[in-house]
Ligand binder design. Structure first.
Ligand SMILES: [Ca+2]
Length: 205
């Protein structure tokens, strides 16, 4: 069987789980994605990436998400895996998230103005909980993975099987429906970008 986890896209399922992924191959970003800022598919690089690029003014942003089609739930043991490469680590903020809104999320966050390391964070509207992953940001490609297994614990992995310091987080887990969200903001008057190679989700039916 197949099951629509996004209205524009089907995914495979087994008897008890759904799987969905996009490797950003082809000439353009698939219609199911909403983009802001500049989002360019580079098909020849690393089997297809989408490069998100901000404008060149402090506070400019770029992001990619499902256009507020939110079909992911912590209570269904959602797992998100995203492969991302920062093209720079200075004057930039990056989020890799399961996202409802600015106060309901589960995310990796790197803010160059706050420190050298990735933070791991949750918020259910009463948080956030924000702790240090123990892992410094760099410009290599990495696999970012968060698993809600069990449903009341957010386990964060950066390059499996390495579980981040201070993971899991069991506070401030959002109960809202979520979508994938990758976001970059420039903290200087210069364009900043991130390369997203792959986004995948899995959750229970
Ligand atoms: Ca790819």
């Amino acid at each position: 069987m197949s099951y629509n986890i996004h209205e524009a896209y089907c995914l495979d399922s087994q008897r008890t789980q759904l799987f969905w992924n996009d490797h950003f191959e082809g000439d353009s970003v698939k219609d199911l994605w909403r983009t802001s800022g500049t989002a360019t598919v580079i098909d020849a690089q690393t089997g297809g990436i989408v490069r998100l690029t901000t404008g060149a003014v402090t506070g400019n942003t770029a992001y990619i998400d499902w256009g507020d089609i939110r079909s992911l739930l912590a209570s269904k043991r959602v797992t998100l895996e995203v492969i991302v490469r920062l093209t720079q680590t200075s004057n930039v903020e990056v989020w890799i998230a399961l996202w409802y809104d600015a106060t309901h999320f589960i995310r990796f966050r790197y803010d160059s103005s706050a420190g050298a390391n990735w933070l791991i964070e949750t918020d259910d509207g009463t948080g956030p909980t924000s702790v240090d992953s123990g892992i410094a940001a760099d410009t290599d490609e990495h696999v970012f993975r968060v698993e809600l297994i069990p449903v009341d614990e957010a386990h964060f992995y950066l390059d499996l099987p390495t579980e981040c310091a201070n993971s899991p987080i069991s506070l401030d887990i959002p109960t809202e429906h979520l979508q994938p969200f990758v976001y970059v903001e420039t903290l200087a008057d210069a364009a900043k970008s991130v390369d997203v190679n792959y986004v995948a989700v899995r959750q229970d039916i």
